[in-house]
Design a binder for this molecule. Structure first.
Ligand SMILES: C[S@@+](CC[C@H](N)C(=O)[O-])C[C@H]1O[C@@H](n2cnc3c(N)ncnc32)[C@H](O)[C@@H]1O
Length: 316
């Protein structure tokens, strides 16, 4: 692992393996981070170039350093991945000709472990959580500004169960909450004792706020169909997700691409004229090996799905 950006890329052998057969050309690394996956791909396939995207300029700077030895084969772009088509065009590549798109979702270990970024209940820092600190609302603005019912809805939508309303009520009573330690403490005190014994009770609340602050699910839902659209025939889209909300979106977007949106009863021939755009590379989601999980605890919740673009009918 690199000392300047200590993030261990997840399922890197599986990613390299899935991209082993794609046509030569451009791979978009839509979540470049410190460039671990990108470096592995550039090493494994000398006929590929990588267009890297990240909304976090600290990550981009680390990736630019790491990928410098590859010269013009790697470029780094400060953008959101739902703008991947515009990034491609600006970098001089035609949509529809791309060999691969990779999403390694969520946050990096570096983002989580820097207290000043405000992502983690394990450290004290400002309640920020923006992947791109140059704009958009902070977690503090949501915690201190949203009505109680909206806070509760946000916690429910992003994984907090039946305690969501109770936690939201408690947080509203404790406002203003300005630091990660203050939030973690307020959440801990808001839940009954048994809930405190199942891991840190603030874990899901922090995740829910991070997802909302960065509009993670909205950006992913917009980006996935674009990613399939920009692929050339034989090009592949790979997505690694870390929680069920992300994985559901990946599965739905790939199913839509594979069926062309066909809703006809499975027992009958399709009569709706839907045109499949892709095939699944493997059924279901792949999981990391137990050896990888042992080495890198962050890999534990990873689920990898992949699809391959079918030959494109120019009339369709
Ligand atoms: C898990 S890390 C990727 C690590 C990377 N694969 C590596 O090998 O170092 C996820 C990265 O995606 C970025 N990211 C998340 N959502 C994004 C979005 N909507 N647009 C652009 N970058 C995003 C985060 O800033 C973070 O750096």
């Amino acid at each position: 692992m690199r000392q300047d950006f200590p993030h261990e890329p997840v399922m890197v052998d599986e990613v390299v393996d899935i991209f082993a057969t794609v046509p030569q050309g451009v791979v978009v690394d839509a979540t470049l981070g410190g460039g671990g996956h990108a470096e592995a791909l550039l090493r494994a396939r000398p006929d590929l170039v990588v267009v890297g995207i990240d909304r976090d300029s600290d990550a981009l700077a680390a990736a630019a350093d790491r990928l410098a030895p590859f010269g013009v084969r790697a470029s780094c772009h400060h953008a959101r991945f739902d703008d991947l088509r515009a990034v491609l065009v600006a970098a001089g590549h035609r949509p529809g000709t791309v060999s691969g798109v990779l999403f390694d979702l969520g946050v990096s270990s570096v983002q989580l472990d820097r207290p000043q970024r405000g992502f983690s209940y394990r450290f004290d820092g400002p309640l920020d959580m923006r992947m791109d600190p140059s704009g958009g609302p902070t977690a503090a603005e949501l915690v201190n500004g949203l009505p109680e019912a909206e806070l509760a809805r946000l916690f429910v939508a992003n994984g907090e169960g039946r305690l969501a309303r109770r936690i939201a009520r408690h947080l509203v009573a404790e406002r203003p909450i300005l630091t990660t330690a203050a939030l973690a403490d307020a959440v801990s005190r808001s839940v009954p004792a048994p809930a405190r014994r199942r891991g840190h009770p603030a874990r899901r609340v922090f995740q829910a706020l991070r997802i909302a602050v960065n509009d993670e699910l909205g950006a992913l839902a917009r980006a996935l169909p674009e990613a399939v659209d920009v692929l050339a025939a034989g090009g592949r889209c790979v997505a690694i997700s870390y929680h069920s909300g992300e994985d559901r979106l990946v599965k739905a977007a790939f199913t839509e691409a594979v069926t062309g949106g066909c809703q006809c009863p499975p027992a009958l021939p399709c009569g709706c004229g839907a045109v499949p755009r892709a095939r699944l590379v493997a059924r279901g989601a792949r999981r990391p090996t137990s050896a990888e999980v042992e080495r890198n605890h962050r890999a534990e919740s990873a689920r990898l799905r992949a699809c391959e673009r079918l030959p494109i009918d120019e009339d369709g």
